[in-house]
Design a protein around this ligand. Structure first.
Ligand code: MD3
Ligand code: FE
Length: 203
């Protein structure tokens, strides 16, 4: 079933559940080729979330800023290709939310451990803001923080569980958002972690 947070922001509860195990096997393989790492913010802080990417483009952060890059800066090699099953799952979710023809070229892999958080921000490094963003939650539950168009707007707390997919398009695409510090726990499949896959059309 679907839950509309605001126009364009649709929560598809459990939409990834059937494929969750095979998705996690695939992610583990991707992370051998492009291991998780803590990137630096332009301000010189180490990010609390550990990240990697797959697809034609990957999101990176370093002293020079935030941007998309075709190569993994750690290896100098292209990011691993996006598995077709992942691309198809994201396109199906986007379609269910009313965004037909979504063709993601970037998948950011975010790994959260107990205490990991993502502070309030906007996603604005992509070329075309009419394209939605699809986010797949796996492992430990998290509290997603969903704000408004301005940083000072009130923030809603949205629980996200293993297998939930959220599509963020339309007006929601520019909203501030983040993730509250992850609570410690033990997930039957993923153990002490949460993994979030964020699929975008970046280029
Ligand atoms: C709402 N990641 O990587 S995904 C990010 O759970 C990021 O790892 C979070 O925010 C995570 O940039 C949340 C969900 C998400 C992604 C993009 C959005 C929510 C969004 C863009 C606009 C509004
Ligand atoms: Fe974001």
């Amino acid at each position: 079933w679907q839950e509309h947070l605001i126009p364009g922001a649709v929560v598809l509860r459990g939409q990834a559940l059937m494929q969750a195990d095979s998705l996690l096997t695939t992610v583990a393989q991707l992370l051998v080729a492009a291991p998780l790492r803590h990137m630096l913010t332009p301000g010189g802080q180490t990010m609390s979330v550990a990240m990697s990417n797959c697809g034609q483009l990957g999101w990176i952060s370093d002293r020079h800023g935030y941007r998309y890059c075709a190569q993994d800066p750690t290896s100098g090699q292209p990011w691993p290709a996006m598995p077709p099953s992942l691309q198809q799952l994201a396109a199906q979710a986007a379609d269910l939310a009313g965004f037909a023809g979504f063709e993601p070229d970037a998948c950011l892999i975010n790994r959260y451990l107990a205490g990991t958080r993502l502070s309030l921000h906007q996603d604005k490094d992509e070329r075309d803001f009419t394209q939605p963003i699809v986010s797949i939650s796996l492992g430990l539950p998290a509290t997603f923080l969903f704000g408004g168009a301005r940083r000072t707007d009130p923030v809603r707390r949205i629980p996200l569980n293993h297998g939930d997919i959220v599509v963020w398009g339309g007006p929601a695409r520019r909203h501030y958002h983040g993730v509250a510090p992850l609570k410690a726990g033990l997930h039957p499949v993923l153990g002490e972690q949460r993994i979030n896959l964020t699929l975008r059309k970046a280029g």
